[in-house]
Design a protein around this ligand. Structure first.
Ligand code: SAH
Length: 365
C-alpha cells in the first residue's frame, strides 16, 4: 500500500521536527505524487473553485488585447516568448491566441511557454492547445531569455507558499506545523530566522500576525532576471491587498467552501492573499518599473470588456434564435458582473504589472 500524503508528512515531521508553514503547504499542493494539483482538474462549478478565464471567454480576449498592445509597443518582434505561469486548463492562453488571430504576424511570433508543476494539468493544457507548439517548464528560471518575454499569471501567485510571523516576548516567531498525540496536524510557533523577518515591512511592532512570502519574492526575482536578459513585461492577477498590514489570510477551499487548512491534506486547495505592496517593493528593489496596482474591475473595463460584451451580444442575435440569444446574453452579462463588480471579483482581485522598457506604457493602469 503506498503512503498517503498525510502519512508522508507525519513521518517527515516525526523524523525532522515541526515543519515550516511554507514547506507544509508546498507538499500539500505540489508533492509530485499526491499533491493537490497532481490529482486532476480542480476547476469550475463541478470542481473546487472557479477562476476568471473559466467564468468567461471575455476575460482571456481582453487580456489578449492587452498582450497584443504590449507586443506592438515592443515593436512587433518577430519572436516573443509568451509565458504563462500556472495555466490551469490552458483556457486563458487559448482565448488570447484566438484574439490574436486577427492581428498580422502575432500568432506566428509567439513562442508559448507554460510553467506548470502538475503532469495531469500539463496533459489537459496540451489538449486545449492542440495544434500549437507549447514548451513546458517546472520553474520560470528554466526559461532562457534570448528573445523578449511577455509573462502572465492568473491565480498563480496565491499558490506559492507564505510564512506567518508574530512578535513574541523574546523576538519574532514563525508558525509551524507539528503533530499532536492523536496523530493529527497542529500549529505551533518557533523562533524565526533573520532572513524571514527581513521580509517584514519596516516599523512592524504589533503583536499581531504578519505574512511574508520569500518564495513569491524569489519567483518575482526570476521574472525580473528574465526581463533584464531579454526585455519585456509581466502581468499577474490575483486576490490580495495593496497596503501591507497584519492579518491571517491562509485559507483552504474544497468544493467552493472554506475548510480546515490542516485537514484533508492533498484534497483541498491551500492559498493566501497576495501582499502586492510587498511584492511591488521587492520588484522595484530589483530595478524594474512597477505600474501602480490596479483592481481587476477597473483594469478590465479600461481594456474594453464591456465593448467586447456588446460585440458578443450582436453576434448572438445574428447567429441564434431569439430565445437562445436571450439566454446566452443573460449568462454573459452575469459573467461580466462577476468579473468586474466590486462586490464580486472586481475589487478583491488586483493586477500587478512590471517591465524594464522605459518606452512601454501598458494599458489599464
Ligand atoms: N491560471 C489558471 C489556474 C490557476 S490554479 C486559471 O486561472 O484558471 C494554479 C495553477 O498553478 C495550476 O495550474 C497549478 O497546477 C499551478 N501551480 C501551482 N503551484 C505551482 C508551482 N509551484 N509551480 C508551477 N505551477 C504551479
Amino acid at each position: 500500500m503506498p503512503d498517503t500524503l498525510k502519512e508522508i508528512i507525519l513521518n517527515e515531521i516525526k523524523s525532522h521536527g515541526a515543519m515550516n508553514l511554507g514547506a507544509f503547504t508546498s507538499m500539500a499542493l505540489c508533492h509530485p505524487e499526491h499533491g493537490y494539483y497532481m490529482n486532476g482538474d480542480p476547476f469550475g462549478a463541478e470542481g473546487d473553485f472557479t477562476t476568471a478565464p473559466e467564468i468567461s471567454q471575455m476575460f482571456g480576449e481582453v487580456i489578449g488585447a492587452w498582450v497584443i498592445d504590449v507586443w506592438m509597443q515592443m515593436g512587433q518582434p518577430s519572436s516573443v516568448n509568451l509565458i504563462e505561469c500556472g495555466p490551469g486548463r490552458g483556457t486563458l492562453m487559448l482565448d488570447i491566441l484566438r484574439a490574436g488571430k486577427s492581428v498580422d504576424g502575432f500568432v506566428a511570433a509567439v513562442q508559448i511557454h507554460f510553467v506548470e508543476a502538475s503532469e495531469g494539468l500539463r496533459q489537459k493544457q496540451a489538449e486545449t492547445l492542440k495544434g500549437y507548439n507549447v514548451s513546458w517548464h517546472g520553474d520560470i528560471s528554466d526559461i532562457t531569455g534570448d528573445i523578449p518575454c511577455i509573462i502572465l499569471g492568473n491565480e498563480f501567485l496565491d499558490a506559492l507558499p507564505i510564512e506567518q510571523l508574530k512578535r513574541g516576548e523574546k523576538g519574532w516567531q514563525k508558525r509551524m506545523v507539528a503533530v499532536n498525540d492523536v496523530q493529527e496536524f497542529m500549529f505551533t510557533w518557533a523562533d524565526a530566522e533573520k532572513e524571514l523577518t527581513q521580509c517584514l515591512p519596516s516599523k512592524t511592532v504589533s503583536h499581531k500576525r504578519y505574512e511574508v512570502a520569500p518564495v513569491r519574492n524569489q519567483f518575482i526575482s526570476s521574472c525580473v532576471d528574465l526581463l533584464n536578459a531579454s526585455g519585456g513585461v509581466a502581468l499577474f492577477i490575483d486576490y490580495g491587498y495593496t497596503t501591507s498590514h497584519y492579518g491571517d489570510t491562509l485559507q483552504a477551499v474544497k468544493k467552493h467552501e472554506y475548510v480546515d487548512v490542516l485537514k484533508g491534506i492533498g484534497a483541498c486547495d491551500i492559498t493566501s492573499h497576495i501582499d502586492f505592496d510587498a511584492l511591488s517593493r521587492h520588484a522595484r528593489g530589483q530595478g524594474v518599473h512597477v505600474e501602480p496596482i490596479a483592481v481587476q474591475g477597473a483594469f478590465l473595463t479600461k481594456l474594453g470588456i464591456k465593448h467586447r460584451l456588446l460585440a458578443l451580444k450582436n453576434t448572438a442575435f445574428k447567429t441564434k434564435s431569439l430565445d437562445d440569444a436571450t439566454v446566452l446574453i443573460k449568462t454573459m452579462e452575469q459573467s461580466l458582473d462577476r468579473l468586474v463588480d466590486n462586490a464580486q471579483m472586481g475589487d478583491l482581485f488586483k493586477v500587478m504589472c512590471f517591465h524594464n522598457g522605459d518606452d512601454l506604457k501598458p494599458a489599464g493602469f
